[in-house]
Structure formats: C-alpha cells, structure tokens
Design a protein around this ligand. Structure first.
Ligand code: PLP
Length: 412
C-alpha cells in the first residue's frame, strides 16, 4: 500500500492511490465532486478484487476444498474488520447486505413486520433519503402503522424540541440519518437515541453518509441498528452493512429464505441458522465483501479522524468561496455539516449547472438527490451538489468556483 501516513495530511500522495483521478473528462482533468453518490476506489481495493477473482474465487461456507475455505476465511475476516471499524461488540452483529437500502428494508421487514402493528408510530426525520422513507411506508401500508416526521429549520437543523414532543407511548421505532446526503447536516444521533431509549424505543441510524467521513462507534452511540454502503467508502458496489444488536437480530425473522440461512430443511419444517447467517440467504457478494475489507484497511491506515478533519477544512473553504459568488445560494447551512455542499444559482436549473460543469471535467450531482421531501422543505425543486472526499483538494474547489462563473456567464 502506497498511502501516505505523514502529518500533515498528504493529499497529493493519497491522490496517486486512485488511478481514476488521473483521467481526463471532456478534455480536462477529472474533478470528482460526487463522492456522496459513490466514492472512488484506490488501487489496493481494485487489486484485492482482481486477486480474489484471479486466484481465490470459490463459494463460501460450502466446501471442504481449499479455495472455499480460503474464501470463507477472507469473507468472515471482513466481518471482523467491520466490527472493529464501528466498535460493535461481536462479529455476529454484522450482517452483509447489498447496501444501505437493503439493510433498511431488512430491518423494516424483519423487525417491523413482527413487532409493529396498527396505530404504532415510526419517527423519521425531515432529512431522510428515500431509502429511509419508502421501506417504512411499505410497512405502514401493510401493518397500519403511522409515520411521524421530525421537522427541520431553514438551515436544515432538526427541531429537537419537536422530536421530544413526537415521542409518546405509541412510538415503537425511530429511524434517522446520521448525515444528510442532500444538505450535509450531521444529526445529533446520540441524543436522538438517548431520548428514544428513555421510552424503550429502538433506533436505526442510516450511516451511509457518515461511515465514510467520521469515526463511528455503535456502542458509544448505543445504536440498535446502523447501516452503510461499501461503495460510498472506497469499496465496490453491491456490498453494504447492517449492524444490529445481537438480542434484536436474534428475535427478528429472516427476510429472505434460501441456502446458507438454514440449519435444516425438510418439506415439513425449516430451522434457521444463527445470526448473522440467518439474514444472508444465498451466495453473498463475496468479491465485493473481500474488497470492502481492503477499503476499510485503507481508510483506517489514513485514519477516520484525519479524514474528518481534512474534509471539514475543505468544506469550510468551499462554503466560503462558493457562498461568496453573487447569485449563488447554499442550500443547507447547519452548523454541523459533513462533506456536502448543495447550492442553486439564480435563474439556472441545477441540471444545466451539472451539464456545463461536466464540460469542464467537473462531476457534481444535480437533482433531488433521492430526498424529495428535503427539496420541498427547502423550497427548491433540485440543487447542484458538490460532495467531497479526502482525495479532493482546494485547487479542485477553486476549479468549481471558476466553473460556476462560466455557468453564470453562459446564463448571464
Ligand atoms: N441513505 C443515504 C443517506 C444515502 O445517501 C444513500 C445513498 O445515496 C442511501 C441511503 C442508499 O444507499 P445505497 O444506494 O448504497 O443503498
């Protein structure tokens, strides 16, 4: 591994680890400001994928032969790495999923269908990604439970007094995002969990935008469930994590049936495997899981605290520079933010911003960011969103600022 461990943060060395950052797009060097959608992979992660596919590929948990045992060891080794990364108590509290979306659906299905019923209330926040809204709505349609929403102010900060009032004897579940993908707000999830626990209510935290950007400790937070996606933290697509407290996972029903999740099957009766395997039916994304292990090693070698500090400084710089451009409005101005800068330009549709910036090799996201209720609350149909990772630089922020000037000239 070539990563620089020097202090101060050696972003030039880090960038050399990411082959894609060397490419050109539309004749300009790529400036990738869309890591909230999916981050890039360093060479070590790509190498791990190739190594597995070239020399180690076999199914897990099934064979006595050497390759299968090696694959199983590597796959289960990543479960341990994830456990260490997020400070979980036991390996069996880590369930591999396809991503955050699947993890939340698993809980809505496996916990919601068994333990929530008509009239029960589920509290979400106004900042949720669709992945943390729709599975609960589907549950409510089937079971007659009701969604309540913690409102937010014009900066994108949750109203904690309103949350305290929403909590009542009918509240049976709380599911909130740690960091908003649309605005970047960092929610006070520790406090949200503490207040829910005072009433014995379990809490799921959607950590898709937090796990790549800060140190997360599920035991310190006392989260009941915590979810995130590999592809947003330098790993491949198709792999994600559901953390769940063992006692909750144990009492949940499996949500998909098939191979690997059983102990015995007859036409009369099936008995289920122990957690976490009870929730991992069928052949899992073995290669993706193993490569996620390499991504975790990579992030930890740099250090999540160092990443958080660097990105914080970069976001502050970007906020200052982009916010100073006349006609530009930053959407989402919470005091606690991570890695996301959403903005609009007077008289220009965000899609046009995205298209023009792309002509200069600058990749930003334009649209509703799978968070339509957030857009509605902020009074915009869509935003342009620059999202940062530890491989971005101040020079790239300067290029974004120049790109925004070009957009304004074209529409001027
Ligand atoms: N939750 C948040 C906050 C997200 O930002 C995303 C993806 O953008 C998701 C959930 C869904 O993640 P995935 O598409 O990896 O399942």
């Amino acid at each position: 591994m070539t990563t620089a461990l020097q202090t101060p943060f050696d972003v030039a060395a880090i960038r050399r680890d990411f082959p894609i950052l060397g490419r050109q797009v539309n004749g300009s060097p790529l400036i990738f400001l869309d890591s909230a959608a999916s981050s890039q992979m360093p060479q070590v992660v790509i190498d791990r994928l190739v190594q597995y596919q070239t020399h180690e590929h076999a199914n897990v948990h099934r064979g006595v032969h050497t390759l299968s045992q090696e694959a199983t060891t590597a796959y289960e080794g990543v479960r341990r790495k994830v456990r260490e990364l997020i400070g979980a108590k036991e390996d069996r509290e880590i369930v591999f999923t396809r991503g955050t979306t699947e993890a939340i659906n698993l809980v809505a299905h496996g916990y919601g269908r068994s333990f929530l019923g008509a009239g029960d209330e589920i509290i979400l926040s106004a900042l949720e990604h669709h992945a943390n809204i729709v599975p609960w709505q589907m549950l409510c349609e089937d079971k007659g439970c009701v969604i309540r929403v913690i409102p937010m102010d014009d900066r994108g900060v949750l109203d904690m007094d309103a949350y305290r009032e929403l909590l009542n004897e009918r509240t049976k579940f709380v599911s909130v995002t740690h960091v908003s993908n649309a605005l970047g707000t960092v929610n006070p999830v520790g406090e949200i969990i503490r207040l829910a626990h005072e009433r014995g209510v379990p809490v799921l935290v959607d950590g898709a935008q937090a796990a790549p950007h800060m140190r997360v400790n599920v035991q310190e937070l006392d989260a009941d469930f915590y979810t995130f996606s590999g592809h947003k933290m330098c790993g491949p697509t198709g792999i994600g994590i559901l953390y769940g407290k063992a006692e909750l996972l144990e009492k949940m029903k499996p949500w998909q049936g098939g191979g690997d999740m059983i102990l015995s099957v007859s036409f009369e009766k099936t008995t289920y495997n122990a957690i976490p395997h009870k929730f991992e039916a069928g052949t899992p994304p073995i290669a993706a899981a193993i490569a996620l292990g390499a991504a975790i090693d990579y992030l930890q070698a740099i250090g999540l605290d160092a990443i958080a500090a660097y990105e914080h400084e970069l976001l502050a710089y970007a906020t200052e520079r982009v916010g100073a451009i006349p006609g530009v409005t930053i959407i989402g101005t919470a005091p606690e933010k991570a890695a996301v800068l959403s903005f609009v330009i007077d008289g220009v549709h965000p899609h046009d911003i995205g298209t023009i910036l792309d002509q200069e090799g600058i990749a930003v996201r334009a649209g509703h960011h799978c968070a339509q209720p957030v857009m509605k609350r902020m009074g915009v149909p869509a935003t342009a969103r620059a999202s940062f990772a530890f491989y971005n630089t101040r020079a790239e922020v300067d290029a974004l600022v120049a790109g925004i000037s070009t957009v304004k000239e074209i529409f001027g």
